[in-house]
Design a protein around this ligand. Structure first.
Ligand code: MOS
Length: 729
């Protein structure tokens, strides 16, 4: 039986507070943690499948054009080689998971260097790799593909454009105004587990073990790419070694494995190499951002301008949503916002770790630091003075808003000294030392979600959904929600995720996972509670369950009389989305040291204070924030995709040349959870967390670099050469 719940009104009943079991929000360790650290949790490529052949992708070595011939014969005679798959289905946009309207037709059209064009299948991986290297491919090359955003006339994304009042006039008249331009480089998602799939056919039924974030949607993509019915496809992703956006859609290894397994009549495994993951999976667009801020004597904004240029391939619908939080974070009645996309032939741009704010906030929040200095007030104070009452563009109320609390609690926990700041005040030997701060903001999203909860006759519970846990803690929080609602120790709740045989979840993306699937489980559990309440002649809201018993001591097993009780919860975001602006907020504080002679920056300590609704698990929530802050360090100091200006191919395509922060780069990070209840955000009063932790953090580091050594930089990452060049002497 399905119970449908569409949220049209805020729910401020705080139902989940003060329940008898008392497990929600507790810092429960991850259920699957032991399996993961002992290596017994099978990831996509590790499923034991008999008689499995190995496939290796072949990628294009031209930037734009068409594959005219593939010399299969030359490799089919090589040892162990079974087949060469160059089905055009492999090369469609659908196979790249970008879900664009028009899949490419005819012979494989190449639109970026590194695009997968074929798959070589052999008995062993080494044989397949060797043959893939020897596969002779001929192309018809189209010259003159634009490779740099500066080479083309960009397209305006009109739905992002805001013209309110007269910004130019405000800039000219205001007591203080700044006009600054920032750049950020492209980023790789850099998930630890490479993209991998094992495909197996049973007649016309296909099963694929893959590493994916959104099975609910990936099954549609895969069925589309293969011209199949969804009912004939089963996708399994029980454990995912990180996605960070790169596994939101299916990518070529999934389609290629399925096509190959069909053709060769046995299971086929395809694992992308680290280099291929870098060169074929989506990148985050580089950005150029102009910030215009105009403020009165007291630092109150009267004008706010944010214009951004991003890039993507021709025809792609995604544009890095740089301005997402700029629309509502600060006031200022004269506003001008604009997002432009340059169509260039670097690999596809898509969602990478907090698309939008991840790069928009570091620019905005560094500009705010420039403004604070100009106005001559404390940077925290500048933010506090500019928090709007309502959404400054839409006029909508905020669902809840904890920016001020985050700024204050964060400043206190960090030991922030109030007052206007001056750079180059502290030096220890070769090192300049300084502090900086920034606000955090990330829009809150929710998504339709279904989950089945079964209260078993033996007094345990089972939660089933195709939702994924990409390292975020989904298994654990769902056990906690079900345990809390049904009065069970979470150890008695079995959570089964990552299988499209289960009800469709929301997938893991955009930080909507926990609030969305948590709400579906909540809705299902509530229906079960209603049934139980009826049995003992009370109402659901009065039903107190604890350790499998009612207040009068009856056990759930007695109440169930040998029968399972199952309900499917179907949560749907309702009209409430149009009534409120919903966002997570926070504040970052950083202390850095900058070497006077080498320009090297080390982050000595960093703290983030975040408000994102109900905390479902204090440990996994904190871990999410720590992960986000860590990415902030990467964005601020080291991460940058470098493209060859001749053919647009990605040059630094491994974890040595593309440097994500490692332990030596990350000091002890501190997190303050500014707990709140947001009844308009979701039925369980929770908002998204995962991405909030990196939305603005890089600016706290940039501002601390300036405070330390006086180098005011406008280009991320702030590498030693840039810092040295920016220092005053
Ligand atoms: Mo996220 S970058 O929406 O997985």
């Amino acid at each position: 039986m399905t119970v449908h719940f569409k949220q049209d009104e805020p729910d401020n009943s705080n139902r989940l507070d003060g329940m008898k079991q008392g497990v929600l929000g507790k810092p429960m360790p991850r259920i699957e943690g032991l399996a993961k650290v002992t290596g017994t949790a099978p990831y996509a490529a590790e499923y034991p499948v008999e008689n499995c052949a190995e496939g290796v992708l072949v990628t294009a070595t031209i930037t734009r054009g068409e594959v005219t011939s593939i010399d299969r014969k030359s490799v089919l005679s090589m040892p162990g080689v079974i087949a060469v798959i160059d089905d055009e289905k492999l090369c469609t946009r659908a196979a790249q998971g970008t879900a664009n309207e028009a899949p490419m037709q005819g012979p494989a059209q190449v639109c970026y260097w590194g695009q997968p064009i074929a798959l070589v299948v052999a008995k062993t991986f080494e044989q397949a790799r060797d043959a893939a290297k020897h596969l002779n491919v001929e192309y018809r090359v189209e010259e003159g593909a634009p490779l740099d955003p500066g080479e083309v006339e960009p397209e305006e994304q009109e739905d992002e454009t805001v013209h309110q009042g007269d910004l130019a006039h405000a800039m000219a008249e205001a007591a203080h105004s700044i006009d600054v331009t920032y750049t950020t480089k492209g980023h790789a998602s850099a998930a630890m587990e490479p993209h991998a799939a094992i495909a197996e056919w049973d007649g016309h039924k296909l099963t694929v073990h893959a590493s994916l974030q959104m099975l609910n949607y990936n099954i549609t993509e895969l069925a589309d790419a293969l011209d199949m019915e969804e009912d004939d496809v089963r996708l399994i992703s029980r454990y995912v070694g990180g996605g960070f956006g790169s596994k939101l859609g299916i990518s070529e290894e999934v389609v290629a494995a399925a096509l190959a397994a069909k053709q060769v009549g046995r299971p086929v495994r395809v694992v992308q190499s680290r280099q291929q993951v870098f060169q074929t999976v989506m990148r985050r667009s580089e950005t150029t951002q102009r910030l215009r801020l105009a403020a009165d004597d007291n630092g109150k904004l009267v004008g706010f301008g944010h214009e951004a240029l991003v890039s993507n391939l021709p025809g792609e619908s995604f544009a890095e949503p740089v301005l997402q939080s700029s629309h509502f974070l600060y006031g200022g009645e004269n506003r001008e916002l604009m997002l432009n996309v340059a169509r260039i032939h670097r690999m596809t741009a898509g969602s990478v770790r907090a698309p939008g704010e991840a790069v928009g906030m570091p620019a905005l929040e560094s500009a705010m630091d420039v403004l604070a200095e100009k106005v001559g007030i404390d940077p925290v104070e500048l933010r506090l003075r500019n928090i709007p009452e309502d959404d400054p563009e839409e006029g909508l109320p905020f669902s809840s808003h904890k920016l001020a609390e985050c700024l204050k609690q964060g400043a206190q926990a960090f030991g922030w000294e109030n007052g206007p700041r001056k750079p180059r005040q502290r030096r220890e030997g070769e090192w300049w030392i300084g502090i900086g701060m920034a606000s955090a903001a990330r829009v809150h999203n929710v998504s339709e979600a279904k989950a089945r909860v079964t209260l078993k006759a033996d007094g345990t519970a089972l939660v089933e959904t195709d939702m994924t846990d990409i390292g975020t803690g989904t298994y654990t929080i769902l056990a906690q929600i079900a345990g809390e609602m049904l009065g069970l120790d979470p150890k008695r709740v079995l959570v089964e995720l990552g299988d499209t045989r289960h009800p469709r979840g929301p997938g893991s993306g955009g930080s909507w996972g926990a609030a969305s699937i948590g709400s579906a489980v909540y809705v299902a559990c509530k229906a079960i509670r209603e049934e139980l309440a009826t049995k003992i002649g009370t109402s659901e809201d009065k039903l107190e369950l604890n350790e499998g018993r009612t207040p009068t001591g009856e056990s759930l097993t007695d109440l169930l009389e040998g029968k399972d009780l199952a309900r499917e919860g179907h949560y749907e975001p309702g009209d409430i989305e149009d009534d409120y602006t919903a966002s997570g907020f926070g504040a970052f504080f950083a202390e850095v040291r900058v070497n006077h002679y080498t320009g090297e920056t080390r982050v000595d300590r960093m703290l983030g204070a975040f408000g994102f609704g109900r905390v479902l698990n204090a440990k996994t929530a904190r871990s999410q924030c720590i992960g986000g802050i860590t990415w902030s360090i990467g964005l601020a100091l080291t991460e940058a995709l470098e493209f060859d200006p001749r053919d647009g191919h990605l040059v630094n395509c491994d974890l040595a040349e593309y440097h994500v922060p490692v332990h030596r780069d990350v000091p002890d990070l501190d997190v303050v959870l500014v707990e709140e209840r947001d009844g308009a955000a979701s039925p369980i009063q929770a908002k998204g967390i995962g991405e909030l932790g990196m939305c603005g953090g890089a600016a706290a580091i940039a501002n601390a670099i300036y405070n330390a050594c006086g180098a005011r930089l406008y280009d991320y990452p702030m590498t030693p050469d840039r810092v040295l060049a920016g220092m005053p002497d």
